[in-house]
Write a protein that binds this ligand. Structure first.
Ligand code: HEC
Ligand code: HEC
Ligand code: HEC
Ligand code: HEC
Ligand code: HEC
Length: 268
């Protein structure tokens, strides 16, 4: 009886705790208060909900600081609130987490020209509606706001070629995996290659992107060779498998014929 009682109390406590941490994660005081505001104070909440950050548990206070559990003190500097960065402060603001990108960007033509009109992170990715980064972010409309599209388009073409090959190789590896073939080593190699490849863009250096694209495509060719080797063993296995089935069938027919002749002879 006492045990049952204790069990019920512990369960209730656990449920409360779980509910509380979900609440802390999803409905912080920042979100609660801001979604009740209007205009530019409320829009960030709606945009953020659809973002890659919300999907990965990065919330208002992770970027802006502050205390997400205390309505009255939420935005006080003593609780770590840092507010909104100015235009040139954005790369460091985002770069607290995206360290590699911050570095590549800092060395790029955009980073070097940030005081004189260079693009920074939120110009291309936005602040709240940040989506999974894709090559489609490079397009004539967005990239010709400050200069001609020419070099931007060349970068996009170079990246698109490599991206296509990466996708093809990925699909082939999936197919082999479904056949029950161990692809871990090749998949690991491809994963690593893709991460390195995705670092290339922020340099906005046409020459660098072109040269590295050639190097990446060489690496991809090696993975393709490994795949081709597996494919040919598979094909051989199929031929031998086919031959074996053929032999079995033949064996069956021959033994049937023999049996039939034997029976026929016995009958006479
Ligand atoms: C009780 C309501 C309330 C809570 C809770 C709240 N905010 Fe705000 N927030 C406001 C209002 C009102 C403003 C606009 C006036 C101002 O800046 O004080 C604002 C402004 C802001 C700004 C813009 C500041 C600027 O300088 O333009 C940011 C960023 C912000 N809040 C983030 C947060 C974060 C992060 C949290 C949680 C840690 C939070 N807020 C909690 C009501 C709230
Ligand atoms: C990925 C980091 C990030 C997250 C997460 C984030 N913000 Fe922001 N927020 C920014 C940046 C950067 C700016 C400055 C925008 C700019 O310069 O255009 C900003 C600006 C703002 C402003 C000022 C808007 C204006 O037009 O003046 C408010 C208010 C705000 N954020 C509230 C929030 C709230 C509420 C949340 C959670 C729902 C949130 N932010 C989540 C990065 C973030
Ligand atoms: C508190 C840490 C943090 C801050 C600050 C932050 N991010 Fe993120 N960001 C993440 C995490 C975590 C992810 C999801 C995992 C990943 O893809 O790296 C992510 C994902 C992204 C992605 C998608 C990456 C992809 O693989 O396609 C972009 C783009 C991005 N963030 C841009 C920004 C921008 C722009 C800012 C500043 C306005 C910013 N981030 C600030 C943590 C942060
Ligand atoms: C001129 C536009 C532009 C600027 C400025 C820019 N990005 Fe990007 N970013 C892109 C594009 C385009 C991609 C996708 C590249 C690809 O898929 O090959 C990308 C990819 C990313 C990724 C995913 C790739 C990776 O290596 O993780 C993150 C995260 C990211 N950007 C964050 C940032 C941050 C943080 C800043 C500021 C320091 C920034 N970006 C500045 C256009 C931009
Ligand atoms: C907010 C303005 C702005 C936007 C938007 C912008 N850029 Fe730039 N970009 C600059 C400035 C400023 C420079 C340096 C001066 C120059 O070369 O015109 C530059 C330079 C470049 C260069 C030349 C680099 C070099 O080494 O000479 C390339 C390539 C480039 N940007 C690509 C892009 C791409 C791709 C996009 C779209 C994803 C883009 N830019 C969007 C402002 C911008």
């Amino acid at each position: 009886m006492i045990r049952l009682f204790a069990f019920i109390i512990v369960s209730c406590l656990l449920i409360l705790l779980a509910a509380n941490s979900v609440l802390a994660q999803e409905e912080t005081v920042c979100i609660q208060c801001h979604s009740g505001q209007s205009g530019k104070l409320a829009i960030p909440v709606e945009e953020w909900r659809q973002s890659v950050h919300a999907a990965n548990g990065i919330s208002c206070h992770d970027c802006h600081g502050g205390d997400p559990t205390d309505f009255a003190m939420a935005m006080s500097p003593e609780r770590g609130f840092i507010g909104v960065p100015d235009f040139v402060g954005v790369p460091d603001f985002c770069g607290r987490c995206h360290v590699g990108v911050r570095q590549d960007y800092g060395e790029s033509a955009h980073g070097q020209a940030i005081e004189t009109g260079g693009a920074q992170c939120v110009i291309c990715h936005q602040a709240h509606a940040v989506k999974q980064a894709e090559i489609t972010l490079i397009n004539e409309e967005d990239c010709s706001r400050c200069h001609e599209y020419g070099q931007a388009g060349e970068i996009r073409d170079a990246l698109a070629g490599t991206e296509q090959i990466i996708e093809d190789v990925e699909q082939t590896l999936d197919r082999l995996h479904r056949f029950g073939i161990t692809t871990d080593k090749m998949s690991g190699g491809l994963f690593d290659l893709r991460n390195r490849y995705r670092r290339l863009f922020h340099s906005v250096d046409v020459e660098k992107v072109r040269l590295q694209s050639v190097a990446f495509q060489d690496e991809l060719a090696k993975i393709k060779q490994d795949i081709a080797a597996i494919d040919s063993t598979l094909a051989q296995r199929k031929i031998w498998g086919g031959a074996a089935v053929g032999l079995l069938l033949l064996g069956g027919i021959v033994s049937m014929l023999i049996r039939k002749t034997y029976h026929d002879e016995e009958g006479h």
